[in-house]
Design a protein around this ligand. Structure first.
Ligand code: 13P
Length: 251
């Protein structure tokens, strides 16, 4: 049975104090919901990691939103996978569309980041997804296939089994325009098929594939009901503990 996951991506929101407060509310409401068999993760800005780790304890896992493509050294302003690991974080988002679009992160760079994260024993949450133009041109399947193959398919099957995939159509991120349940299932199934062709059915069946893009307390249930949607990567709705917890309970 593959893992069900709900991960919050706080993006560039919350001061340290506000972040600790939110983490404490998330911890409490997730504990109260007492959901079994769902891994809950919050992915915070770098500066929050250490304090949020202390606040969360063990019930909710911690992740970063990025890591450097180099292991260490003279890279001013960067934070390495090893540093992320040293805070107690166990996950790291890699290849979010905002990193790809605004910071020029190519599949080749992302492949280096994934390798460094795996070397540290971090679980990469690797994001893929098409922009609106690509969806309208009906090339979204090719786009995600290329992102998978250039970003991840140099990994061994064993390494690949330690990666979580997040399908996030860029046109659905922060827009309030979510993919329909059918659109999500269709492409998640396709993604699993591409993985099966490369690594075999057993590996593909074990991989968690999250949906992200305007997933919220209202629509999570319908999205998560699909056989190939194993949870969500949540932006805006992860900034409110009650909404985030409702999503956690939506399986
Ligand atoms: P929203 O949930 O705000 O659309 O963001 C999704 C996302 O980008 C999560 O990584």
């Amino acid at each position: 049975m593959r893992k069900k996951i709900v991960a919050g991506n706080w993006k560039m929101n919350k001061t340290l104090q506000e972040g600790v407060q939110l983490a404490s509310e998330v911890k409490e409401s997730v504990a109260k919901a007492a959901v079994k068999d769902v891994t809950v993760i919050v992915c915070t800005p770098f500066i929050h990691l250490t304090e949020v780790k202390k606040t969360l304890g063990n019930g909710v896992a911690l992740g970063a939103q990025n890591c450097a493509a180099e292991p260490k050294g003279a890279f001013t302003g960067e934070v390495s996978a090893e540093m992320v690991k040293s805070t107690g974080a166990t996950y790291v988002i890699i290849g979010h569309s905002e990193r790809r679009a605004y910071y020029g992160e190519t599949d080749a760079i992302l492949n280096k980041k994934v390798n460094l994260a795996l070397e540290q024993g971090l679980t990469p949450i690797f994001c893929i997804g098409e922009v609106l133009q690509e969806r309208e041109a009906n090339i979204h399947f090719d786009v995600v296939k290329k992102q998978l193959s250039e970003g991840l398919f140099s990994l061994s099957a064993e390494q690949f089994s330690n990666v979580v995939i997040a399908y996030e159509p860029v046109w659905a991120i922060g827009t309030g325009k979510t993919a329909t349940s059918e659109q999500a299932q269709e492409i998640h199934k396709y993604i699993r098929g591409v993985i099966a062709a490369k690594y075999g059915n057993a590996v593909a069946d074990g991989i968690t594939i999250l949906y992200g893009g305007s997933c919220n307390a209202q629509n999570a249930k319908e999205l998560f009901a699909n056989p190939d949607v194993d949870g969500g990567l949540i932006g805006g709705a992860s900034l409110k503990a009650a909404d985030f917890t409702t999503i956690v309970t939506s399986f």
